[in-house]
Design a protein around this ligand. Structure first.
Ligand code: PMP
Length: 380
C-alpha cells in the first residue's frame, strides 16, 4: 500500500495538469458579477420575490418531494410539461400544447444547449444576429457547432427584417438559426413576418429555427409571440423560461414548445434524470400560482416605458424595449459610467455595442435610485 504521505500535496511529484481541448483551455466561465449591492439591475431578474404564503407552499411541495428522494425523479416530467402547456395557452391564447410538444430543462440555457447538441455538432453551423445574448457562441463552442453571426440593423432600433434574415440564411446555409424576441441586450421584438421568412428559408435545407422568447411575457400590447406560428411551421421551436417574468430564476426552469418529433430528438441527448424531483415540484407549484408570480409584469412594463421616456428626455439614445431591461447609450465612457453607478450601489451591465449600457427594470425604488445615480454618473 502507498503510504499517505506519498499522495499528499507536499510530496507531489507529478505537477503536470491535463490539457483541456481547444477552445476551452483559455476560456473564462460565464460570469456576470454577483455583487452585494442595494440595486442589482444587471441580469434581468424580476425584483419581486414570492410572497411568504407562496414561499411556504413551495416549501411544502419540496418537502413532499423530499420524501421520495431515494428514487430518481420522473425522467419525462410529463406532469410539469402538461402544466407548462396549459400556462402557455393562458398566456398567449394558443390552444394548449400537449405534454409531448413541451420539453423542460434546467433553465433555457440548458434547453438551448440540448438543441445545439441534437441539431448542431461538427460540420454544422448555427446563425445568430448580433448584438445577441453572450452565451450563444458558448453553446456553439461546447457542442462543436460553428457559431456564425450577421448584424442587426443600426442603433437605436437594432431591427431585423425578413429580407435581412433570408439573405443571411442564404449566405451561411445554417443548420440552426436563433432569433431572439425580445432580443437581449437590445429589447427588440420581432414581427412574425421575420420568423415566417426564416422558417420558410430553413425548410429548404431541413434547418431548425429557434425563437428564444426568454422575455416574451414583457412584450408590449399587440406584439405577437412566435407560439402562434407553431401549427404552420414544423421546423420551429419556441424557447421560454420561468426565470424572468415568472420571477423564478433561482429554481432553474426553462422549456420549449415544438413538434413532438423535435422533442423526441432532444430527449435523445438529455442526461438521464436531468430535472430533479425538487425542481419539478417547485415549478409545478409556481405554475399553480402563476397569477401571483406574473402579477408584477404590468408594473414592470409600465416602469420600463417610464424609464425609457426618462432616458430619452435626458438626451440618451435608447433602444425601444419589449423586455424588462433597457439598452441606452451613455454620454461619456461607458465603463466610467458603469463604475460611477456601482459606487452608488447600482449595478448595471456593460453589454451591447461600445458606448451602451443595459439596465434591468427593478422596483420603483430601484429605478428611482438608478435615475438619481445616473444624474451624477453620466451628467448631461
Ligand atoms: N435567453 C436569453 C435571451 C437570456 O437573456 C437568458 C438569460 N439572461 C437566457 C436565455 C437564459 O435564461 P435561463 O437559463 O435562466 O432560462
Amino acid at each position: 500500500m502507498v503510504p499517505m504521505s506519498a499522495n499528499s500535496a507536499s510530496t507531489l511529484e507529478n505537477t503536470v495538469l491535463p490539457a483541456p481541448r481547444d477552445g476551452i483551455a483559455h476560456a473564462a466561465p460565464y460570469g456576470a458579477p454577483q455583487l452585494e449591492v442595494a440595486h442589482a439591475l444587471n441580469v434581468n431578474e424580476n425584483p419581486y420575490g414570492p410572497s411568504p404564503e407562496l414561499a411556504a407552499a413551495i416549501g411544502r411541495a419540496a418537502t413532499d418531494a423530499a420524501v421520495g428522494l431515494n428514487r430518481y425523479p420522473d425522467r419525462e416530467a410529463l406532469g410539469l410539461r402538461a402544466d407548462l402547456g396549459a400556462y402557455l395557452a393562458e398566456e398567449s391564447g394558443i390552444p394548449a400544447p400537449a405534454a409531448e410538444s413541451v420539453w423542460a430543462a434546467n433553465g433555457s440555457n440548458e434547453i438551448m444547449h440540448q438543441l445545439l447538441l441534437a441539431y448542431g455538432g461538427p460540420g454544422r453551423t448555427a446563425l445568430g444576429f448580433t448584438p445577441h445574448y453572450s452565451m450563444y457562441p458558448e453553446y456553439g463552442r461546447d457542442t462543436y457547432t460553428d457559431w456564425v453571426t450577421a448584424e442587426r440593423g443600426p442603433a437605436p432600433e437594432f431591427a431585423l427584417t425578413a429580407e435581412a434574415v433570408t439573405a443571411a440564411i442564404e449566405q451561411h446555409r445554417p443548420d440552426i438559426v436563433v432569433l431572439t424576441s425580445p432580443n437581449n441586450p437590445t429589447g427588440t421584438a420581432l414581427g412574425l413576418d421575420v420568423v415566417e421568412a426564416a422558417a420558410t428559408a430553413l425548410a429548404a435545407t431541413r434547418g431548425l429555427l429557434v425563437v428564444d422568447e426568454a422575455y416574451g411575457e414583457f412584450r408590449r400590447d399587440g406584439v405577437p409571440s412566435a407560439l402562434t406560428l407553431l401549427p404552420v411551421h414544423r421546423n420551429l421551436v419556441v424557447s421560454r423560461t420561468m426565470s424572468k417574468a415568472f420571477a423564478l430564476a433561482g429554481a432553474r426552469l426553462g422549456y420549449l414548445v415544438a413538434d413532438p418529433a423535435i422533442v423526441d430528438t432532444v430527449r435523445v441527448v438529455r442526461l438521464p434524470y436531468h430535472l430533479s424531483a425538487i425542481t419539478q415540484a417547485v415549478a409545478r407549484t409556481a405554475l399553480a400560482h402563476s397569477e401571483e408570480l406574473l402579477g408584477r409584469v404590468a408594473t414592470l412594463r409600465s416602469e420600463r416605458d417610464a424609464l425609457a421616456e426618462h432616458l430619452v428626455q435626458r438626451g440618451h439614445e435608447v433602444a425601444p424595449s419589449d423586455a424588462n431591461f433597457i439598452l441606452f447609450r451613455t454620454f461619456t465612457d461607458r465603463d466610467a459610467v458603469f463604475e460611477a453607478l456601482l459606487e452608488r450601489s447600482v449595478l448595471v451591465r456593460a453589454v451591447g455595442p461600445a458606448g451602451w449600457l443595459r439596465v434591468s427594470i427593478g422596483t420603483p425604488q430601484d429605478n428611482a435610485a438608478f435615475r438619481t445615480a445616473l444624474e451624477e454618473a453620466d451628467p448631461r
